[in-house]
Design a binder for this molecule. Structure first.
Ligand SMILES: CC(=O)N[C@H]1[C@@H](OP(=O)(O)OP(=O)(O)OC[C@H]2O[C@@H](n3ccc(=O)[nH]c3=O)[C@H](O)[C@@H]2O)O[C@H](CO)[C@@H](O)[C@@H]1O[C@H](C)C(=O)N[C@@H](C)C(=O)N[C@@H](CCC(=O)O)C(=O)O
Ligand SMILES: Nc1ncnc2c1ncn2[C@@H]1O[C@H](COP(=O)(O)OP(=O)(O)OP(=O)(O)O)[C@@H](O)[C@H]1O
Length: 460
């Protein structure tokens, strides 16, 4: 179905309301969205409470629930991209600008893949309504970390960095993503220490997707940010700790701003903090623990966390079956990263096969290394990081007296090899574009120093 045609037919999107029901154990937020002449949608978010205290009327909780609805609405709006969006609660000019920026950039991949040519001004007009949310005045005391766990190597590195503070930490996993649940459990977060809210998608959206209405990528991490903030408010947590790395800042489509990982960028992290400071004030701080680090540094640290190698799963394709599909860009990317630090047998035992020896992976390999213009639409590192990891892997194969697998053999015959062949992970680099509070920064710096001292054992 075509964008312009759909916008003419379905002109208006409504965020009618959000309602909060609670009992002693949990809180459920239900949204009422509508596309005129098409459908109503009622997604929900259900979260356990730490105690029986009634919080549904707390202004902070209401503000968080409303904001989570603002991010949830993107998934429903994209079905027919109505030009006019009406929201139940009042929005000031800054808020309108803020949300439009997130929607536009967070849907960059969606617009690109659906061949939609638009701009931040024209793709929607956003209007607030009459309901004024109560002012947030009272501040509750907060403590400890809420660690968002995705199930891949990144959140394991964060959980390991914060292991000394475990008594004050909670792990946070949205939905029954078993790889993430098992990761959190493997790191010691069980029972009440693992907060596992349920987010439902409205089945009408899934049905319309099947009928051919517009579909595509939505900024999952922005939803996770607002869901994390609501969870931190309910559980009185001080820090929401993400594991987004600096490489998420690189665009996916060369020479454009189209970035699959937009809501994992430092730009979004800064925007999010500015938003909550103004509209959801509380002693809650959202930051990514791995922002100062490169993918290479993260992979190098993860390589040392051997007990977790059989548990982690980064693959989005195989996520529901908790397996590595072994054929997607993310699998190949993680394989390349781990090959920089582990021997072939260890890598094969993780993924169940050697993707580097499979000529069918060549196209993805070329996309990851930058031999082709666009990176895969996946959460992968920068082209530079991939090339350095390949060079490190080739040296490891040579040191071990092993024949190079097909993709690496191919690489040595390209000009890339001559450029990258002696490059390596830099344990001294620390990206200052980050929002780590001081004591978290000290933990990361100590780890980098430790890795630098030990680096001889890990690589050449
Ligand atoms: C697509 C998505 O975000 N999935 C996440 C979702 O999974 P869920 O089981 O709820 O839905 P799916 O089976 O994946 O999708 C069913 C259909 O619904 C549409 N849809 C889904 C989610 C949504 O927010 N909006 C939607 O319109 C979709 O188009 C399908 O037609 O929640 C899980 C946790 O509960 C996540 O783990 C799922 O994430 C996937 C593994 C995934 O591949 N996510 C990619 C979008 C992705 O690249 N994720 C990046 C985030 C990048 C960013 O935030 O910008 C990442 O996780 O690193
Ligand atoms: N279902 C989820 N619930 C809570 N947080 C999540 C969820 N999925 C992802 N996240 C957060 O987003 C971050 C980025 O996701 P991403 O999938 O890139 O990381 P990962 O799974 O930890 O590692 P990898 O890059 O190896 O997949 C995670 O580290 C985590 O902080």
């Amino acid at each position: 179905m075509q964008y312009e045609e759909l916008r003419q037919k379905y002109t208006d999107f409504y965020y009618h309301s959000f309602s909060i029901e609670e009992d002693e154990k949990q809180l459920r937020v239900t949204y009422d969205f509508e596309i005129n002449n098409l459908s109503h949608f009622h997604p929900t978010f259900t979260l356990a409470k730490p105690d029986a205290e009634s919080i549904a009327h707390d202004p902070l909780i209401r503000g968080c629930a409303f904001s989570l609805g603002m991010v949830e609405l993107i998934s429903y709006w994209k079905i027919s991209c109505p030009p006019h969006v009406h929201v139940c609660c009042a929005l000031d000019e800054d808020q309108v600008r803020w949300w439009k920026k997130l929607y536009f950039n967070g849907l960059g991949e969606f617009f690109y893949k659906n061949g939609i040519q638009t701009n931040e001004d024209d793709f929607m007009d956003l209007a607030g309504g009459k309901e004024v949310l109560p002012a947030i005045t009272a501040q509750k005391q907060t403590t400890g970390n809420l660690i968002a766990v995705g199930g891949g190597k990144d959140s394991f590195v964060t959980m390991d960095l914060l292991k000394e503070e475990k008594a004050h930490n909670h792990a946070f996993v949205i939905n029954r993503v078993m790889s993430a649940i098992h990761s959190a459990q493997a790191a010691g977060y069980t029972g009440e220490r693992l907060i596992n809210p349920t987010r439902t998608l409205d089945p009408a959206m899934l049905a319309l997707n099947k009928q051919g209405y517009l579909n595509g990528h939505t900024p999952f991490s922005a939803m996770a940010a607002f869901a994390g903030y609501l969870t931190a408010a309910v559980w009185h947590k001080k820090y929401i700790v993400l594991s987004n790395e600096s490489s998420a800042n690189e665009s996916t489509v060369k020479g454009s701003k189209v970035n699959h990982q937009y809501s994992k960028t430092f730009e979004f992290e800064q925007d999010f903090n500015a938003y909550v400071k103004k509209y959801l004030p509380a002693d809650i701080h959202y930051f990514s623990m791995l922002r100062p680090l490169s993918e290479l540094q993260i992979a190098g640290i993860f390589a040392t966390l051997k007990p977790y190698h059989s548990v982690f799963r980064s693959c989005n394709v195989g996520q529901k079956e908790e397996k590595w599909c072994g054929h997607c860009a993310k699998c190949l990317f993680v394989c390349i990263m781990m090959t920089a630090f582990l021997d072939e047998e260890e890598v094969v035992s993780i993924f169940g096969r050697n993707m580097l020896a499979d000529p069918e992976m060549k196209e993805l390999f070329e996309e990851l290394t930058g031999m082709q213009d666009n990176k895969p639409f996946e959460c992968v590192g920068t082209r530079d990081e991939v090339n350095i990891a390949v060079a490190m892997g080739i040296r490891r194969y040579s040191r071990n007296g092993k024949q190079l697998p097909a993709l690496y053999d191919f690489y040595t015959k390209t000009p890339y090899y001559h450029f990258y062949q002696s490059r390596s992970v830099d344990w001294h680099s620390y990206n200052e574009q980050n929002l780590l509070p001081e004591h978290f920064a000290a933990i990361v710096k100590t780890k980098l120093k430790e890795m630098s001292d030990e680096s001889g054992k890990l690589e050449d």
